[in-house]
Design a binder for this molecule. Structure first.
Ligand code: AP5
Length: 222
């Protein structure tokens, strides 16, 4: 079969990062998370990180040209087993740029998985999220660490992400509904969209994803 290039679409807190961590191991895909990449640029103090910081702190999208240039570089680096794009694209312009970048490599998006949940649930998930500096993610109620406030994986302190404060989360949700949600119709028209109910437990969501991906890999999905 041809290279598997999957896009994870969904609002803040839907569980994209949580599911991506499982998918990349099981499917051997190269995981490209634009939020993680931008946070790394920010902590390394690169030009891109400095330009992106104010947008991220305000819960706004980083301008398309900056994010697209970053993604083009990642895609050009190549991944034989395929890509798992997490948090990209988020605008129609980014989706068009992705199509162009992949087609330049003789490739295309295989499928888009939209993990969705209502805003109240997303807000609860985000307010309880705790992360270590390396990006390992926990939740105070749904996925607590063994020792409170300490990462199980590397023993570092867990903290709230900078943009997870209530007022910024409201802004991120508004931006999602206004600018990113229209991508669902865009990919539906391209017959690439698969909706996943993100309200269930992380295990149940993963089972639903496995079912969809299994159908895609056997060519049974529409
Ligand atoms: P980004 O880092 O991509 O954030 P996001 O899309 O807002 O998504 P989150 O990371 O908040 O949530 P998630 O869906 O990964 O949920 P998670 O698995 O952690 O982007 C941050 C910023 O960068 C943007 O605001 C923007 O400024 C910029 N940016 C990024 N990409 C960009 C782009 N393409 N263009 C322009 N700007 C861009 O789960 C959340 C919590 O819930 C965790 O605690 C987890 O343990 C828990 N949880 C997960 N699933 C479940 C479940 N099923 N049940 C119970 N708890 C669960």
């Amino acid at each position: 079969m041809t290279q598997l290039n999957l896009v994870l679409l969904g609002p803040p807190g839907a569980g994209k990062g949580t599911q991506a961590a499982r998918m990349r191991e099981d499917l051997g895909l190269s995981h490209i998370a634009t939020g993680d990449l931008l946070r790394r640029h920010r902590s390394e103090g690169t030009d891109l990180g400095e330009q992106a910081a104010a947008y991220m702190a305000d819960g706004q999208l980083v301008p398309d040209d900056l994010v697209v240039a970053m993604i083009r570089e990642e895609i050009a680096t190549g991944a034989d087993g395929g890509f798992l794009l997490d948090g990209f694209p988020r605008t129609i312009a980014q989706a068009d740029a992705l199509t162009d970048a992949l087609s330049a490599e003789g490739s295309a998006v295989t499928a888009v998985l939209l993990i969705d949940a209502p805003d109240e649930l997303l807000t609860e998930r985000i307010s309880g999220r705790r992360m270590c500096p390396a990006g390992h993610v926990f939740h105070v109620k749904h996925n607590p660490p063994i020792r409170e406030g300490i990462c199980d994986r590397d023993g570092e302190s867990l903290r709230l992400r900078d943009d997870d404060r209530a007022e910024t989360v409201r802004q991120r949700l508004d931006v999602y509904h206004e600018v990113t949600e229209p991508l669902a119709s865009y990919y539906e028209e391209h017959r690439l969209l698969h909706r996943i109910d993100g309200t269930r437990s992380a295990d149940a969501v993963y089972e639903a994803i496995q079912t969809v991906v299994g159908r895609i890999m056997t060519g049974a999905a529409a």
